[in-house]
Design a protein around this ligand. Structure first.
Ligand code: NAI
Length: 469
C-alpha cells in the first residue's frame, strides 16, 4: 500500500492504527491517534463526517433553526417588533435545502482538511477484513497493528411492521431531503428522531401524529420532564398517542394496537423512527471471527472486541448511539492501545434533544437513582423563576437535579428550557471531576443568564430551598 504521509509506522505494519469509518467517532479518533504520534489511516466508504454531518445531527439542526425562526417571527408582537405579518411567513424549503448542502459541504471538507493537517492518511473506499491485521480496500491490502471499527449505523426498518400497498414511507434521511412538506405525517416512534422531526415539521405547518409504544415519549428522559415536554408539544398542536404499537402500514394508513383495540390513522406521509441498527455491511467482521451481540459488534468495557488488536466504537457497538459518545469511546480505545486499561464510563454522557425549548440531561433519572438504591434528594427550579428565560420569552421548562442525600454526589441533571443544550457541559465537568452539589452553587454563575437555574436547583436539593422561587 502506498501511504502518503512521511512518518514510518513503528509497528512494522503499514499503519500503527487504522480507523474504519470517518463519522464523528472515526475521524476524531484518527486525528487523536496521529496527534499521539501513531502512523494512522482513516478509511471512508461514503461521506466524510458520516451520518452525523451528512444525514443526521447537523442537517436536522438546520430544519430546527428554520422552525425556531418561524416560531419567533410569528410571535414577534410579544417581542415588541412591528411590521411582521405572521400570516405570510412560511419556510422556503428549496433555500433551506441549499443552505443545508452548503453547511454539510463546508463541514465534510473541513473533516478531510483536519485529517490531512494532522498527517492521517485518507483512504476513500470500502474496507473488508482479510485477517485481524489486514483489510481489503480498493482491491489492495492495508495492514495495521491496531484497527478501530467506527462504521456507524443505519435506520432500523422493523420487520414487525408490515408494509403494504403504495405509500409515502420515509426515514430520517428522506425527511431531511424533502423539498415540499406534506400536509400531514404520521411519525412511528416517539424517541429522539421522532420528536425532533415532529417539532420541526409541525412548526412548519405539517399536521403531525406521533405513535409511541411506551407510556412516555423520549423514554430515556426523566419521566417528569418528558411528561412536561409532551404537554407542551400537544399544546403546540402535535397529536401524541402513547401505548400505540404499530403493526402495519397500508398505503398511507398506519394501523396500531391501543390497549388491545386496533386503531388507524391516515396521513400524506409516514416517517419511520423506531431506532437505528449498527452498520457492519460488507466488513467481513464475522469472517475473521469477531463476535456480535445481535447486530452489534460485541465490545468489553475497554472497547476491545474478542480479537485483541481490534476495537469498536460508536453506533457499530450498539451501546449508546450518540456522536459525542463515539469520539469519547475512540479516545478510550486509543488509551487502551497504549496499555492504559481505561474503562469507558457510560454514566456521564450528556444527551440533548433539540425541540423548543430544548432538553438536556446527564446521569440518572429520578426513577433510576431510586432503583440503584440511593437515598436521594431532588432539587427543582422552574424556568419561570429565571429572569433571562422570561426576557427570552419561554418559561415553561424546569431544572431538576438528583443528588445522593448522604454524600452530595451528583447523580443526574435534567434541564428543560431555552439554550440548555449549551449548559449541560457544566454538569458533565462537575460529574467527571466529582464535584459535590454545594460546590456547584458556591461557584459564581453570571447574571443575567439561564445558567443561574443550575445553582438554584442544587440549592433546593441541598438546603430544601432556592433563592428566587
Ligand atoms: P430511539 O430508540 O430513540 O426511539 C425509538 C422509539 O420508537 C422508542 O421510543 C420506541 O419505544 C418506539 N417504538 C419501537 N417500536 C415501535 C412500534 N412498533 N410502534 C410505535 N413505537 C415504537 O430511536 P430513534 O429516535 O430512531 O433514534 C435513533 C438513535 O439516534 C438513538 O440512539 C438516538 O439517541 C440517536 N439520535 C440522537 C439525537 C440527539 O442526540 N439529538 C438526534 C437523533 C438521533
Amino acid at each position: 500500500m502506498n501511504v502518503d504521509n512521511n512518518k514510518e509506522a513503528v509497528s512494522g505494519y503499514d499503519f500503527d492504527v487504522l480507523v474504519i469509518g470517518a463519522g464523528p467517532g472515526g475521524y476524531e479518533t484518527a486525528i487523536k491517534s496521529a496527534q499521539l504520534g501513531k502512523k494512522t489511516a482513516c478509511i471512508e466508504a461514503k461521506h466524510f463526517g458520516g451520518i452525523c454531518l451528512n444525514e443526521g445531527c447537523i442537517p436536522t439542526k438546520r430544519w430546527i433553526k428554520t422552525a425556531n425562526m418561524i416560531k419567533e417571527m410569528k410571535e414577534s408582537d410579544r417581542f415588541a417588533v412591528k411590521g411582521v405579518r405572521p400570516s405570510v411567513i412560511s419556510a422556503d424549503l428549496e433555500a433551506l435545502q441549499a443552505r443545508r448542502t452548503d453547511i454539510v459541504n463546508q463541514l465534510t471538507g473541513g473533516v478531510q482538511m483536519l485529517l490531512k493537517k494532522n498527517k492521517c492518511t485518507i483512504i476513500q473506499g470500502h474496507a473488508s477484513f482479510a485477517d485481524n491485521h489486514t483489510v481489503n480496500v480498493n482491491d489492495g491490502l492495508v495492514t495495521a497493528q491496531n484497527i478501530i471499527i467506527a462504521t456507524g449505523s443505519n435506520t432500523f426498518m422493523p420487520p414487525f411492521i408490515a408494509v403494504e400497498g403504495e405509500n409515502n414511507l420515509i426515514t430520517s434521511k428522506g425527511a431531511l431531503e424533502l423539498n415540499k412538506l406534506p400536509k400531514s405525517m404520521v411519525i412511528i416512534g416517539g424517541g429522539v428522531i421522532g420528536i425532533e422531526f415532529a417539532y420541526a415539521f409541525s412548526s412548519l405547518g405539517c399536521k403531525i401524529t406521533v405513535l409511541e409504544l411506551m407510556d412516555n415519549i423520549l423514554p430515556m428522559v426523566d419521566e417528569e420532564v418528558s411528561s412536561m415536554v409532551k404537554k407542551r408539544l400537544v399544546k403546540d398542536g402535535i397529536e401524541i398517542i402513547n401505548g400505540a404499537k404499530c403493526s402495519r402500514i397500508k398505503n398511507n394508513t398506519v394501523f396500531y394496537d391501543l390497549h388491545g383495540e386496533e386503531k388507524s390513522v391516515d396521513a400524506k406521509a409516514v416517517l419511520m423512527a423506531v431506532g437505528r441498527v449498527p452498520n457492519t455491511n460488507g466488513l467481513n467482521a464475522e469472517g475473521i471471527g469477531i463476535e456480535f451481540d445481535k447486530k452489534a459488534i460485541k465490545t468489553d468495557k475497554y472497547l476491545r472486541t474478542n480479537i485483541e488488536n481490534i476495537y469498536c466504537i460508536g453506533d457499530a457497538n450498539g451501546k449508546y448511539m450518540l456522536a459525542h459518545t463515539a469520539s469519547h469511546e475512540g479516545f478510550v480505545a486509543l488509551s487502551n492501545i497504549d496499555g492504559k486499561n481505561i474503562e469507558m464510563n457510560y454514566n456521564q454522557i450528556p444527551s440533548c434533544i433539540f425541540v423548543n425549548p430544548e432538553i438536556a440531561c446527564i446521569g440518572m433519572t429520578e426513577k433510576q437513582a431510586i432503583a440503584s438504591g440511593y437515598e436521594i434528594s431532588v432539587g427543582k427550579f422552574p424556568m419561570r423563576g429565571n429572569g433571562k428565560s422570561l426576557v427570552e420569552g419561554d418559561v415553561s421548562g424546569i431544572t431538576k437535579v438528583i443528588i445522593d442525600k448522604n454524600s452530595g454526589k451528583i447523580l443526574g441533571v435534567h434541564l428543560y428550557g431555552l439554550h440548555v443544550s449549551d449548559m449541560i457541559g457544566e454538569a458533565a465537568v462537575a460529574m467527571k471531576t466529582g464535584a459535590k452539589a454545594d460546590e456547584i452553587f458556591e461557584a459564581v454563575h453570571p447574571h443575567p443568564t439561564i445558567s443561574e437555574v443550575i445553582p438554584e436547583a442544587f440549592m433546593a436539593a441541598v438546603n430544601g430551598k432556592s433563592i428566587n422561587m
